[in-house]
Write a protein that binds this ligand. Sequence first.
Ligand SMILES: O=P(O)(O)OC[C@@]1(O)O[C@H](CO)[C@@H](O)[C@@H]1O
Length: 394
Amino acid sequence: MPPVVTGRAAGSFPRGVLLKRHPALIERVGRATPYPPDRRAALGELLRDTSETGRIAPLDPDARDAGRWREWGAPRYEGRLWTDVPFLWAESFFYRELLNAVGYFGPGPWRGIDPFAPSKRAELAGASTDSEMAALERLPTSEAERDAALLNSSLWGNRADLGFRLSAGDAGLGERVTGLVSDDSARLWEALGSGGAGPVCLVADNAGPELLPDLVLADRLLRTGRASSVVLHLKPYPYYVSDATTADALACLERLSAGPPAAAGAGQRLRRDVTEGRLVLRAHPFSCAPLAYAEMPDDLRDDFASAKVTLMKGDLNYRRLVGDRLWPATTPFAEATSYFPGPVAALRTLKSDVVTGLTPQTLRRLDESEGSDGSAASWRTSGTHALVQFSAGG
Ligand SMILES: O=P(O)(O)OC[C@@]1(O)O[C@H](CO)[C@@H](O)[C@@H]1O
């Protein structure tokens, strides 16, 4: 197996996330909500812990989730530098620590208050969400083009990632590069269209402008008889800033339902689907685990095994799907996901170093177009490139 990604290397993408993005996020969370002194003190402590010399604090043995985090590897990493441990583990634990600091898991009045809600709310209420919904009025009339347009919106919706924007800065995201670095969408549609209606798992990523087109895609799969049900996997608690929780999914359904006619139609149908069990919302604890999907528990494996296709949205799910490892980029996607219990597709904009399934020609072209200087090429991390990959599994 290739080495696990860590933030050890100077100038690396993970190091920047751990030592720059995370402290900036703590400050932003502290500005967005008027937390009381004890919560501010806890945020201050976390800020010190996430400095270059800061270390991962030991778990409070009385914390409700201490057992789970022990199982997920905390004893191995406590007391270590954030940049020394697997990047995936460090990032996930950071979000747990941030929620802990603001009292999200506590018994007090801050229990269940999403620290990212102010930015999620603003984004969902914003003009870009209006234009996303308005675009649904102008979908192509041909069925195949309509499919392609909705898949494309769901794919590029993955740029709507508030954690990523924190690093991208005010300059915003770079221009999208059209032409996917890897495109299995024809095989994906074939799998979705064959064998009659069956359950489809949609493993969601970001709320708002990403979840909205994901829901519209779910509506399309249900209405065209490709899916008998859509099982939407959400996060059990706020995570990676804008990852979608059940509350976010409900807010999205409400926003859709109040939109222009095509959006409203989808929103109303999907609300009915929830009440009648065709759109099933799940928030499995493993969805916030700091581990690869290869280590998923049996009940989640059964869910994916029974799906006609599992659609994995976004960068983090991709990292977890193939394992957060420095794969040679030409490693076949099917090889990296061979453990997966059924057909699986990844819809992802590239926002971290990990990638598989590229042809040698594509890899060469991408590296040359960057004038590679030996550091991680920015096409891997800038969110300007995207892929659709599919493996029939088994
Ligand atoms: O999963 P998403 O929302 O597409 O992306 C998550 C992300 O912003 O966070 C990680 C770094 O913090 C990267 O995997 C990626 O850049």
